[in-house]
Design a protein around this ligand. Structure first.
Ligand SMILES: [Zn+2]
Length: 55
């Protein structure tokens, strides 16, 4: 079951989906750092990650 994360900062449309939770976390951190110039707390990543079922 893949993992998904939607960035909730401002009007950001960024969304990442991967079968690897580690990959999602890595890409989310990279996105927040590069796009928003800040860091995201581990707890916020954990809270934001959803497991999704493919239709
Ligand atoms: Zn974002």
């Amino acid at each position: 079951m893949p993992y998904q994360f939607e960035c909730s900062q401002g009007n950001c449309q960024f969304r990442i989906r991967s079968s690897s939770e580690v990959e999602v976390k890595r890409l989310v951190r990279a996105h927040v750092r590069m796009t928003h110039g800040t860091r995201i707390a581990q707890a916020d990543i954990d809270r934001g990650i959803e497991r999704i079922e493919l239709a």
